[in-house]
Design a protein around this ligand. Structure first.
Ligand code: CAA
Length: 499
C-alpha cells in the first residue's frame, strides 16, 4: 500500500482485516506515523462498537508492516495499490519506481479519483498490468469499488481485481478509463454546485446540508461530505474533470479553491466548511449561528394557495392540528401570511397581491418520501421582513418540521441543488456512459444514497424535474441547467429511466 493518507490507511485496514499481509510505504516518518495512528483509531472504534475483539485487532495489526522505502516494500508484492496525492507527476514518479522494483506479474493499481490510468500505464514497461482500483471514503464502510481497465489491459487483470474486491466484501463495477469514472463526475459537480450556492449567499452552510439530508434523504450534506473527502482532493478532482470533460459544472467554485489554498482542507485539517473539535462539529461561518432566532409561533396565519391547492389543503390541516388558526385571504388580521409555494413559480407575485408583502413567506414542504415531508423550505422574497421569517420558522417547528430559508428562485433550495445532479445522471445515461441501473447502484454503494439519482428522478417525475430545470435555466441563463434531451423525451412520453 503506497500512501497512507485518508484513503490509503482505510484500504490497508480492509486488506489486513481480510487476512492479507500488507506492506505500507509512506514518504516520511511523520506521514507514516499519522497514517498508522488513523488505522489504529479506526480499529479501536470497531473494538469499542463490539465489531472486533482486542485479539482481532492485534492480529490485524500484526499483518501490517512498514517498509523502508518504496522499492524494498514493493519487491515481493502480488499487488501494489497506490494512493498518494492526486498529482500526475507524483504518481508517475511512484509508478516509474514500482515498474523497476516489482515482478513483471505484479498488478499495479492506482486509487486515482480522476487522473488517466492509461497515462500512468503508458509510462511503464508492462502497461498491461496497470489498472485502477477506486475506493470510496470511508474505505472500510463504503461498499463500491470502481475497477478501471485501460485499452492496454487484458481482460484477466480487471477480473482478478474484481475477484479481490468481492473477497473484501465489496461490490466491484468495471468501468473504462474516463475521467472520474462513474461516480465522481456526478458527485463532484453536485458538491461544487453546493459550494457555489454558499458562496453567492443563496443559503447558509447548515441549511444547504439540511436540505440534502432532511429534504432529499442523503446520508450527509454536500459541505460536510466535502470536508470528509478533503477540499484539496476535491479541487484536484474538479480540475481533472474540467480539463477532460469541460463545461461549467466542473469549474471549481472560488470558495472551494480559497479554502483549499488556506489549508482549510476539511476534517483532516480540523477545519473546512465546518470546524471539527474532538466530539463536536461547528459551523465555521458565523452566519449559521444566528439563524432562526427563537420566536413564538403565530396564533393565526393567512394561507394563500397560489395554484398549489392540494398542498394548501394539506398545510391547512397540519397547521390547524397544531392549534394555529388558518384564514383565507383577504383576512385582515393575521400574524403571518403563508404562500403555498411550488418550485417552478415565484412567490413574489402572490406576496405583491396581498396587503403587506413584507409579512408574506412562501412555504414548500419536501422530504425523501413524498407522503411524509420532513423539511419546510421557507421562501423569502426581497421584501420579506425578518420577523415574518422567524414566525414562519417557529410555525414549522410547531408542526414538527425542520426548516431552511431559501431565496425566491426556481427550485428553492433542495431542488435547485439536486435537480441539476439528476439531470447530470440523465445525461450520463443519454451519452451511453453507463446504464441507469449501474449509475443508481454506484451512487448507492459508493455514496450511501438511499435511492440512486435516476430512481429519484423517476419518483419525482421527469416532467416536474424538467419544469424546474427549465425555470432555473430561464432565470439564470446558466447552460449547466439545460435539461438533457433524454429527460425531455421521458417527460413528453410519460416514461421512466428505470424500468
Ligand atoms: N472509518 C471506519 N469506519 C467508519 C468511519 C471511518 N472513517 N466512519 C464511520 N464508520 C463506521 C462506523 O464505525 C459505523 O460502523 P458500525 O455500523 O459497524 O458501528 C458505521 O460506519 C456508521 O457510522 P456512524 O454511525 O458513525 O455514522 P453514520 O451513520 O452517520 O454514517 C457514513 C457515516 C458512513 C460516513 C455516512 O454518513 C455516509 O455514507 N456518508 C456518505 C459518504 C460518501 O459519500 N462517501 C463517498 C465520498 S466520494 C469518494 O470517496 C470518492 C472520491 O474519489 C472523492
Amino acid at each position: 500500500m503506497v500512501g497512507l493518507g485518508t484513503m490509503g490507511s482505510g484500504i490497508a485496514e480492509i486488506l489486513a482485516r481480510s487476512g492479507r499481509s500488507v506492506v505500507v510505504v509512506e514518504a516520511n516518518d511523520n506521514a507514516l506515523a499519522r497514517g498508522l495512528a488513523a488505522l489504529h483509531a479506526s480499529l479501536d472504534k470497531a473494538v469499542a462498537r463490539g465489531r472486533l475483539t482486542h485479539a482481532d485487532k492485534a492480529q490485524i495489526i500484526a499483518r501490517i508492516r512498514a517498509a523502508d522505502g518504496l522499492a524494498a516494500g514493493a519487491a515481493g508484492a502480488d499487488l501494489v495499490i497506490e494512493a498518494v496525492a492526486e498529482n500526475m507527476e507524483l504518481k508517475r514518479a511512484v509508478f516509474g519506481e514500482l515498474d523497476l522494483a516489482c515482478r513483471p506479474d505484479t498488478i499495479l493499481a492506482t486509487n486515482t479519483s480522476s487522473l488517466s490510468v492509461t497515462a500512468l500505464a503508458a509510462g511503464t514497461r508492462h502497461p498491461d498490468r496497470v489498472a485502477g482500483l477506486h475506493f470510496f471514503n470511508p474505505a472500510p464502510v463504503m461498499k463500491l469499488v470502481e475497477v478501471v481497465s485501460t485499452v492496454l489491459s487484458p481482460p484477466g487483470t480487471a477480473e482478478t481485481l474484481a475477484g479481490l474486491v468481492r473477497a473484501l466484501g465489496k461490490t466491484p463495477i468495471q468501468v473504462g478509463d474516463r475521467a472520474g469514472f462513474v461516480v465522481n463526475p456526478l458527485l463532484l459537480a453536485y458538491l461544487n454546485h453546493a459550494v457555489r450556492l454558499l458562496d453567492v449567499g443563496y443559503a447558509t452552510s447548515g441549511d444547504i446540508d439540511k436540505a440534502a439530508t432532511s429534504g432529499v434523504g442523503l446520508p450527509m450534506g454536500p459541505l460536510a461530505l466535502l470536508d470528509l473527502i478533503g477540499l484539496d482532493t476535491s479541487l484536484s478532482i474538479l480540475e481533472a474533470l474540467q480539463a477532460e470533460l469541460g463545461g461549467s459544472r466542473f469549474t471549481p467554485a472560488p470558495l472551494l479553491r480559497r479554502l483549499a489554498e488556506a489549508g482549510l482542507t476539511g476534517r483532516k485539517a480540523g477545519r473546512g466548511f465546518y470546524e471539527y473539535q474532538r466530539q463536536s462539529v461547528h459551523a465555521a461561518r458565523a452566519d449559521d449561528t444566528v439563524h432562526h432566532m427563537a420566536s413564538q409561533p403565530p396564533s393565526t396565519v393567512v394561507l394563500i394557495e397560489d395554484g398549489a391547492a392540494p398542498l394548501a389543503a394539506d398545510l391547512t390541516s397540519t397547521i390547524t392540528e397544531a392549534g394555529i388558526g388558518v384564514a383565507r385571504p383577504p383576512a385582515a388580521e393575521a400574524d403571518l401570511i403563508l404562500v403555498a409555494a411550488t418550485p417552478a413559480r415565484r412567490v413574489l407575485d402572490a406576496a405583491l397581491a396581498c396587503q403587506s408583502p413584507g409579512d408574506a413567506v412562501g412555504i414548500h414542504l419536501v422530504g425523501p418520501h413524498a407522503a411524509r415531508p420532513a423539511l419546510a423550505e421557507l421562501v423569502i422574497t426581497h421584501l420579506t421582513k425578518a420577523s415574518a421569517v422567524d414566525a414562519a420558522a417557529a410555525l414549522a417547528a410547531k408542526i414538527g418540521l425542520e426548516s431552511v430559508t431559501t431565496p425566491d428562485r426556481p427550485g428553492f433550495l433542495a431542488a435547485a441543488m439536486i435537480y441539476p445532479h439528476l439531470n447530470d445522471a440523465a445525461t450520463m445515461v443519454q451519452d451511453g456512459y453507463a446504464s441507469a441501473a449501474d449509475i443508481d447502484t454506484a451512487m448507492m454503494l459508493g455514496c450511501g444514497y438511499p435511492r440512486g439519482p435516476l430512481e429519484m428522478l423517476d419518483d419525482i417525475g421527469p416532467a416536474v424535474v424538467l419544469g424546474v430545470l427549465s425555470a432555473m435555466h430561464a432565470s439564470s441563463g446558466d447552460p449547466a441547467f439545460v435539461p438533457a434531451p433524454l429527460l425531455a423525451e421521458h417527460a413528453a412520453a410519460g416514461t421512466r429511466f428505470r424500468c
